[in-house]
Design a protein around this ligand. Sequence first.
Ligand code: SAM
Length: 298
Amino acid sequence: MAMTPLKGSDLLAWRRRLLATGGRSVDLDWLLDLGGGLRWAELQKLQLNPGEMEIQLAVSLETLEDLWQRHQQQQVPLQHLVGRCPWRDLELEVTSDALIPRQETELLVDLALAKAAEFSTASLEAALRWADLGTGSGAVAVALARHLPKWSGHAVDCSPQALALARRNLETLAPGNGCELHQGSWWEPLRPWWGALQLVVSNPPYIPASVVDVLDPVVRDHEPRLALDGGVDGLDCCRALVAEACEALAPGGWLLLEHHHDQSDLVLDLMARAGLENACAALDLEGVPRFAMGRRAG
Ligand SMILES: C[S@@+](CC[C@H](N)C(=O)[O-])C[C@H]1O[C@@H](n2cnc3c(N)ncnc32)[C@H](O)[C@@H]1O
């Protein structure tokens, strides 16, 4: 239900009052946008002409202030407070049951789609399969399902709570998408399709356990440890994923992994030792190698 219109100058005064007590303007503006329905461009216009505009928010300022205080005082992620997160061209449901999808993972999808294009001759598409191992909120699976409607897809997670969230996101954002969900560890639930998976992506937990312990509380205390902790050196999950890739991928199939900012050489080495060919790195938006790709021979 739309609220009573507000004077633009009153909204700006409210914003200044909240920011005077702490917090980042970028976060408060994100909350105004996702929680209050005030688009960023509209806020910029308002700041240029404070006296002349009337604003209609989707919720009251009291509701937004209450959310902001919970974020400030208890470090609850804003995405959890509004229950949504913009990611690529999607608005995903998010909860504390799964990782909030990160911006760099948008690139993992672009890299996967570039590899998919290598397979996508019209006559073959019906028999092509992708998989997203450790699907969490289902972000990557939703994106792949929307872009590869003729492929069949598989999304795996060991967390039943994360899978329930992924199912809701798939049903809302990629209905009738042909993606099956499986509970279990990495490749294991996909045994019936081993040797027939052309494109497999994963953003596994890759943060060393000691680093997880000292992460910002907004992450450490509110996102599942299962989604963050990659063991002592952060590479436990990458090792498990790479170990079975040469059996589980189709001949010529690609494995694409996201990893921590300092793991590129180690993950490429794991891939090469496991017998994956053409192992190579790709950079994130800051120019840091954050993705490793390798393919099964054939
Ligand atoms: C870093 S999160 C990635 C979530 C999502 N793909 C994304 O990019 O936002 C890693 C995911 O791997 C899952 N996971 C952890 N260990 C697993 C295992 N042994 N088998 C399958 N999934 C696992 C976690 O539950 C979590 O959802």
